[in-house]
Design a binder for this molecule. Structure first.
Ligand code: ADP
Length: 486
């Protein structure tokens, strides 16, 4: 089975968040389970080409059309562990991909619509039959209506799947943006009209993907239900109309990348098979190493962490409160994450300034893969107070490193984190329901009480055994693909 993915991110080449992890982990596991997998992504300026084997140019002058002009693109390819990676280098005068960041530009929708058209043009040149074209997020959802409008007779694709990793971002654009790449069929465009009355004159790329794909997936079962009720960001009605195509599949993580037994980015290795005392020692060595590195005190206190983008979805006000509460209760806190939103970035910068002489809190406003691994390995608890969470990977990564998550029960967090009950010896984390200070306080206090009783370690060892590898999820995707090909 030949599966072609179109994506804006792929770890370790270009990652801004969980999307990059998912593409990498899922593709490797699908290949292990017998699929032939290709991933096509833009060749960004800062892409980590050094991570690729056999990197070479495959085609020159692959066209992509925009505003009555044919632009040329160069196609490079490489392989990692049986997955083919294809990079599109644009020669557009606006240098669509040759920029410092993956996202965040005012012309992002045009950049990714252009990418979709270039990718489909490249696939025509390959002259191969494609079983599954798998699209991810709004960035590549435009490929579904583009295919329906322009490529059906030129490119044999048996089925198109769209995975919605996060419905908050939908790719809003104008009719002209799609006319300009050659989609002139108004019947198709009408079906992509934004359902939010404030944007009625706009098109919605994610909606186009929902309407014109053969199957759509969400990244956790609970999120799959929430988006039909009130978390669909105006796509509820489009989703209800396409409900027969909706398949929730819980994400996994790459248990090879996130493996404390041989993770090169941590200070001391450990595994779930170690005696509890050895796990304790190793986690403490990581804690000590991290503390020295970021300027935290090396006192033995519970260490609570937050790793993630500082955006409203992740509950920055509750993260802020968790910092205060941790300090009040005598713990230490480390934050890793930055914000693209100025007000939030400023607020956290002020907090850093306010606590600049406090050795019990460390603020790290950056994207730093190595530091994230060290934090997972060193911390006792990871706090994830999300307003909504399509799946969330950080809680699963935390489990691998014996770090207990404290989460708000929503989306994928509700599917993976269950309240600890010491009496019944069940559970793997602390949870709360209401998105407010009382909610997070109650969960945080329970976690700190557990630490005070010296009981964190036995639970840490248990959570390390939880299997969130890609095996199950990849086989569910394969079943879905097979069902579509029948
Ligand atoms: P998102 O909504 O950002 O996709 P996920 O929980 O699904 O959230 O995935 C986040 C991924 O990005 C995890 O691998 C996490 O470790 C990583 N990550 C998030 N912020 C940072 C950061 N500042 N530095 C390093 N890694 C980060």
């Amino acid at each position: 089975m030949y599966v072609v993915n179109l994506s804006a991110e792929l770890f370790p080449l270009a990652k801004a968040g969980g999307l990059g992890d998912v593409l990498q982990g899922l593709s490797l596991e699908l290949a292990r389970q017998g699929a032939e997998v290709e991933i096509i992504l833009p060749k960004y300026k800062n892409i980590h080409l050094e991570k690729l084997k056999n990197f070479h140019m495959e085609y020159q002058n692959i066209p992509s059309y925009e505003n009555e002009i044919w632009h040329s693109n160069t196609i490079y390819s490489a392989a990692t562990d049986n997955v083919k990676i294809t990079l599109i280098e644009d020669h557009h005068p606006k240098h669509y991909f040759d920029r410092d960041q993956i996202y965040g530009y005012s012309d992002d929708t045009c950049r990714f619509i252009y990418f979709c058209r270039a990718a489909l043009e490249y696939l025509i040149h390959q002259k191969r039959k494609i079983d599954i074209l798998h699209l991810h997020e709004w960035h590549t959802a435009a490929a579904a209506p583009l295919y329906r409008s322009l490529f059906m007779n030129k490119l044999p694709i048996k089925s198109i799947v769209l995975t919605m990793h996060n419905l908050e971002h939908q790719g809003r654009c104008t009719f002209q943006d799609l006319y300009s790449v050659g989609v002139n069929d108004n019947q198709i465009l009408e079906k992509m009209r934004d359902d939010n009355p404030a944007y009625y004159n706009n098109l919605n790329l994610l909606k186009g993907g929902i309407v014109y794909s053969n199957a759509i997936t969400t990244v956790s079962p609970t999120y799959g239900k929430e988006i039909l009720k009130d978390q669909g960001f105006w796509l509820e009605s489009a989703l209800h109309k396409n409900i027969n195509k909706l398949h929730p599949i819980l994400n996994g993580i790459d248990d090879n990348v996130y493996n404390p037994a041989h993770d090169p980015l941590i200070a001391e290795h450990f595994s779930a098979t170690y005696a509890p005392e050895h796990i304790k020692e190793a986690k403490w060595k990581n804690h000590e190493y991290l503390s020295k590195k970021v300027g935290l005190s090396t006192e033995k206190k519970p260490l609570i962490a937050s790793i993630g983008r500082l955006v409203p979805q992740k509950g920055p006000e509750l993260i802020k409160h968790a910092i205060f509460q941790t300090l009040r209760k005598g713990g230490k806190f480390i934050l890793l994450g930055s914000s693209p939103i100025k007000e939030i970035a400023d607020e956290f910068a002020q907090l850093k300034e306010r606590f600049k002489d406090n050795k019990n809190v460390s603020f790290n406003f950056e994207y730093n893969e190595a530091l994230s691994h060290l934090i997972y390995a060193a911390s006792d608890f990871l706090v994830i107070p999300s307003l909504f969470e399509p799946c969330g990977l950080t809680q699963m990564i935390a489990f691998r490193y014996g770090t207990i998550p404290i989460v708000r029960k929503t989306g994928g967090l509700a599917d993976t984190v269950f309240e600890i009950d010491e009496q019944k010896n069940v559970g793997n984390g602390f949870t709360f329901t209401n998105f407010d200070i009382e909610g997070i306080n109650s969960a945080l206090n329970k976690a700190l009480d557990l630490y005070a009783k010296g009981k964190t370690l036995s639970i840490a060892q248990q959570v390390m055994h939880i299997d969130h590898s890609w095996k199950k999820a990849a086989s569910e995707y394969l079943d879905l693909y097979k069902g579509l090909l029948k």
